[in-house]
Write a protein that binds this ligand. Structure first.
Ligand code: ADP
Ligand code: ZN
Ligand code: ZN
Length: 730
């Protein structure tokens, strides 16, 4: 176990975390005699012939290295530590819990720009104000210069000065006027920190209903202690309003709020809603931001300038000096789990962080993860329920369409087509959901059965008609569409099956007058195009929305009264033990887009398995009943949350190497009786992006012995020579 030495605060040896795949930190001497560095300070250190950026985490009396091999810290990058000690301890916990090299944990937690040697300075924005002489200038001086006069008067009214954005709205031709006033020494320029607080007057929200009020009260009353709340509210029950009400009151106490949202949930609409209601500018953090901008936002949050941080999973690590609450919206969403490098769950990190900082955390969802529901039922989390939709909105009517008995054209059954037609007549919107992008999931020869396969993956290529290419959805393979079959040299190659592109084409043919908008990763590739599409939905310029799960989450489309689910069965009988839970969550979230305002909504579900308990529960809006059904299955099979699992993965371009490594890993394992190791197996898609993959499952009833075992095992593996032949991860 890695004990963070941050608490041992004396001695001449500094312990520094550097970006390396090793499970340890490194010892260095102070840059000069008498220089004292605090934990959390970034430094430049010599490492393997280069100089790199590391972070001081502690001090010690002596090093295991002989004195003549101890090197000195080369330079100090921060005057004040970048991290407070509680966050350093959190990062150490993460390294420990996920059995991951601490240097890579720090690298995940820190924006790339700050991993280099940039100084952690918040760049100000230029701002102009009157000098003392300028203030006492005689207005007569501007008789022939109206623009200067206007600017002068504007600045007289703003003693703290104004920036370019504000000046442009208040004065005309101000830049020329400004130069004239600067020349006379009447105006001076200075830098001002970016502003996040009190940007505008907060716009009050709707009065909360009794369930919302009780939920907000419960959380607010726990603001001085750690407690986990599970806010289980049906779609459009007003969860976001509950968050806003809690945050509003915490901001009045000068606390900060951290709001974690799923990757595709972080829309401009969501941010605008927080900003308008609270009258602030939100610090928004996600991976698509330019690096310098991301670092600036991170620093503003860490300096306490930003009252509200809204971000995707890595925002869980941002230092916030006055953090008062953490909210995890759509807590069940898989994007909170990172799938490469440091494999962590931002939801779990948020819980541990809140516990350490003694503040409440709210997990919100219409479809909570089974793990969270179980904790709530056992009293570990406090359950807050919002059982009804707000205002006049009712839950939508859910109807199963039995596709074994219905004819369909282009994947659309007659009842679904009729329902869309009825919406078109009434001027209402329909949302048609299909969780598969592209035109067709296969390109196939109808003469000999040949199918286009990715040369680098065990997967079929997807036919994209708009780009006229065959693409692999698992790697970057991108091929021209062949017209002659490599199998039989015939010309009977055709698309097989349907994706959103084909669905859009079919809908356009069936409803030639309807205005269609398609939303998926392909249609929103260009920057700003998602915003434009969403805007066209809100303004009523679209009649039918076609899309993948990008349409499922968080959106409030008041005029959508029909949701059609084209193929509800994807994932019903999949090998992943979480597949049914995910499917239910996705379908319920998409269904939740129907009838959110005062017009009643309808959901039509096309399925070949209408008798499945999932659809029963959906029709009755009873998520809990389906959760019970799944929890019973999990218990019977001893899957989480009734056991704890770890998965050791290995991959390599050589087919036999991963399994060989895992077999060796199994031999090296010194596992106690209460930890079970299964046989290594090829992964469900064995080859991906040119690499063969295999995995070994570890199961335990108790968490503690599992961690103790994994800790020793991972160290042994990292030192094993065979480990170098594969890429492995836990
Ligand atoms: P959720 O986050 O559960 O999906 P929202 O907070 O987005 O729900 O609320 C759905 C809609 O209902 C929004 O348009 C919101 O402004 C509105 N709303 C929320 N609470 C109330 C309320 N108490 N009274 C009236 N309208 C409300
Ligand atoms: Zn053929
Ligand atoms: Zn591929």
């Amino acid at each position: 176990m890695l004990e963070l030495p941050a608490m041992s605060s004396s001695g001449p040896v500094y312990q520094v975390v550097v970006p390396s795949p090793l499970y340890r930190f490194f010892d260095y001497l102070a840059p000069a005699e008498g220089v004292v560095l605090r934990p959390g300070t970034r430094v430049r250190v010599p490492f393997g012939g280069r100089t790199i950026t590391g972070v001081v985490v502690g001090r010690a009396e002596r090093s295991e290295l002989p004195p003549n091999r101890l090197k000195r810290i080369a330079a100090i990058l921060d005057d004040v530590p970048l991290w407070p000690e509680n966050l350093l301890a959190l990062l150490a916990w993460v390294a420990d819990y996920y059995h991951h090299p601490i240097g890579e944990v720090f690298a995940t937690a820190l924006p790339a720009w700050l991993r280099q040697s940039h100084r952690a300075e918040i760049r100000g924005a230029p701002n102009w104000r009157l000098t003392n002489t300028g203030r006492s200038a005689d207005p007569e001086a501007f008789r022939r210069a109206p623009a200067q006069r206007q600017l002068w008067q504007t600045l007289v009214d703003a003693p703290d000065g104004l920036d370019a954005a504000v000046l442009s709205t208040r004065a005309t031709r101000w830049r020329t006027a400004l130069r004239a006033l600067e020349k006379r020494g009447w105006v001076e320029r200075h830098e001002q920190l970016p502003r996040y607080r009190a940007i505008a007057a907060p716009r009050p929200g709707p009065g909360l209903n009794p369930d919302q009020r009780a939920s907000a009260e419960a959380v607010f009353n726990s603001r001085h202690e750690y407690r986990t709340f599970l806010l289980h509210g049906v779609t459009a029950s007003g969860k976001t309003e509950v968050y806003l009400s809690i945050i509003e009151r915490l901001l009045a106490d000068d606390r900060q709020a951290l709001v974690l949202v799923p990757e595709i949930g972080l829309t401009p609409q969501l941010v605008a809603r927080f900003e308008e209601r609270l009258g602030i500018r939100a610090a928004v953090l996600h991976s698509a931001l330019p690096e310098a901008e991301r670092a600036q936002t991170w620093l503003a949050a860490a300096a306490g300038l930003a009252p509200v941080v809204i971000g995707t999973r890595s925002a869980a690590f941002v230092p916030l000096p006055r953090l008062g609450i953490v909210i995890v919206d759509e807590e069940h969403d898989p994007s909170f789990k990172q799938q490469d490098g440091l494999r962590y769950s931002a939801r779990d990190v948020a819980l541990v962080r809140a516990a350490r900082e003694k503040i409440p955390v709210v997990l919100g969802s219409a479809t909570p993860a089974l793990e969270s529901l179980r904790h709530a039922r056992e009293g570990k989390y406090r359950l807050l329920n919002l059982p009804g939709r707000t205002g006049n909105a009712a839950m939508p009517d859910v109807v199963r369409l039995d596709m074994r008995r219905l004819a369909s054209a282009d994947g659309l059954s007659a009842p679904l087509r009729e329902a869309i037609a009825a919406r078109l007549v009434r001027g209402e919107q329909s949302l048609i959901f299909l969780n598969r992008r592209g035109f067709a999931p296969a390109w196939m020869c109808h003469a000999c059965g040949w199918v286009a396969i990715c040369p680098r993956c065990d997967a079929r290529l997807t036919y994209h008609r708009g780009r006229n290419r065959l693409l692999c959805h698992h790697c970057s393979t991108d091929q021209p569409v062949m017209t002659r079959c490599p199998g039989c040299a015939g010309e009977a190659l055709r698309p097989l099956g349907a994706g959103t592109e084909r669905l859009e084409t079919a809908l356009a043919r069936t409803f030639p007058k309807a205005r269609l908008v398609r939303i998926d990763r392909d249609s929103t590739r260009r920057r700003g195009s998602l915003e434009a599409s969403l805007a066209s939905i809100h303004s009523g310029e679209a009649d039918i929305l076609v899309g993948t799960q990008m349409l499922a989450k968080g959106h409030d489309f008041p005029n959508v009264t029909l949701v059609g689910i084209v193929n509800a069965d994807q994932g019903l009988y999949a090998p992943d033990f979480r597949a049914e839970e995910r499917l239910m969550q996705t379908i319920l979230q998409v269904s939740g887009r129907a009838g959110r305002a005062d017009k009643p909504g309808q959901v039509l579900i096309q399925t070949w398995h209408p008798e499945h308990p999932l659809f029963d529960a959906l029709a009755r809006h009873d998520y809990d009943a389906f959760a019970d059904y799944l929890l019973n299955e999990r218990q019977a099979q001893q899957y989480p949350p009734y056991s704890h699992l770890a998965l050791l993965r290995a991959e390599s371009p050589a087919q036999s190497a991963p399994l060989q490594f895992l077999k060796l890993a199994r031999q090296l394992a010194n596992s106690p009786d209460d930890v079970t190791l299964f046989d290594p197996l090829p992964s469900p898609m064995e080859r991906r992006a040119g690499r063969y993959r295999a995995q070994l499952l570890v199961q335990a009833t108790e968490r503690k012995p599992l961690h103790r075992f994994l800790d020793a095992w991972v160290r042994a593996l990292s030192e094993a020579r065979e480990a170098r032949r594969v890429r492995w991860s836990l």
